[in-house]
Ligand binder design. Sequence first.
Ligand code: 5CA
Length: 434
Amino acid sequence: MRLSRSFVPTLKETPAEAQIVSHRLMLRAGLVRQTAAGIYAWLPAGWRVLQNIEQIVREEQDASGAQEILMPTMQSADLWRQSGRYDGYGQEMLRLKDRHDREMLYGPTNEEMVTDLFRQGVKSYRELPQNLYHIQWKFRDEVRPRFGVMRGREFLMKDAYSFDLDHAGAVIAYRKMMLAYMRTFARLGVQAIPMVADTGPIGGDLSHEFIILAPTGESQVYFDAAFEKIDVSTARYSFDSEQDLADFYTTMTTPYAATDEKHDAAAWAKVADKREGRGIEVGHIFYFGTTYSEPMGLKVAGPDGQPVIPHMGSYGIGVSRLVGALIEAHHDDAGIIWPDAVAPWRAAILNLKPGDTGCDRLCEEAYAGLGGNALYDDRADRAGAKFADADLMGHPWQIIIGPRSAAGRRVELKRRSTGEREEVSVEDALAKIL
Ligand code: 5CA
């Protein structure tokens, strides 16, 4: 993209309404704009980041064997009456009526809808296990939407739902998702720790939250320093081996880790190397057995012809929250430092003297060579403003081209994360970036 013709409205001043650094940087770097309380529009740079995160989440869900679907945002109240959750869900649910006076809602989650879809399409135990997921906008009328996209009212979630014949099968599904989550967060460039958690309005008796450490996090968390040394290298564990899944689960759940609500003083006292701090919940997984399948009448014919009620779990990742959480984890005083995997563009090309034939020509060459992976700052602004915006926007690489270096087909290549700069040929710069 050419910055001179792009809608990337960066701000020099710190917006007064933003209390935490990720919110400030998302506004300043022109990623999002609030359109109503807790509701955001995603602008070109922000939308690219959101899609990059979504794609990594999708690839790891697919690798685990889950199948992608897309359920609607609007749901009928009748479905929620079948599970018994409609009245109890409270004011977080946005309820509305259509022109025929039918009660509808904007989905805060999809347990009921997916259970309904599954019961309509499945007959025999032979069709299980299955796991269905989608990446879709949710609405929760939070009392206090805050911190930008971190606690919004409308937000993007990946939610997966597993169906198994019994508890043992559901445990395997749960472990597969935990592995998929750890691989996802590792690819996104953040360390997340699974912590024993409360189940809240989703229900059930087994649940883990995935927490990224950050001083601005909403949860107080306690964990064993052993987590800092765990290597979740993707090669070691297979989704298809029960033994691997069991080993992985043991590795991830043996050291103590809990959020405030589930903190256990006796267990904590035994931890030798304690860590505590604030954390951001970027994912949450639940096993809840037949909490939804039973009242909603989901049954399949078992091997002996007798009906079996499937055991279910649900598994959420806060995709839009992750944009904020990643910035909390990766920034400095100058701005965002995007991990390579999610950056809106891999590189920015800074033309220090637009109008200078040599500069323009080399910039165009680099821009063409990077084919869609670059944001070309071709604006007629001062060099200083370009440097500041590139640092603010957090591109992993900056290719800086001025008239002097351009004459020798050389560029200055800057790595945002380390601040290192080197003068290299344009060819070497492109090779390094791609
Ligand atoms: N149905 C289950 C699992 S799919 C569920 O809804 N779980 S949840 O309530 O824990 O939400 C899943 C994830 O969505 C959370 O871990 C969090 O990362 C994200 N999330 C929840 N509420 C918000 C919100 N108001 N703004 C942004 N992200 C949110």
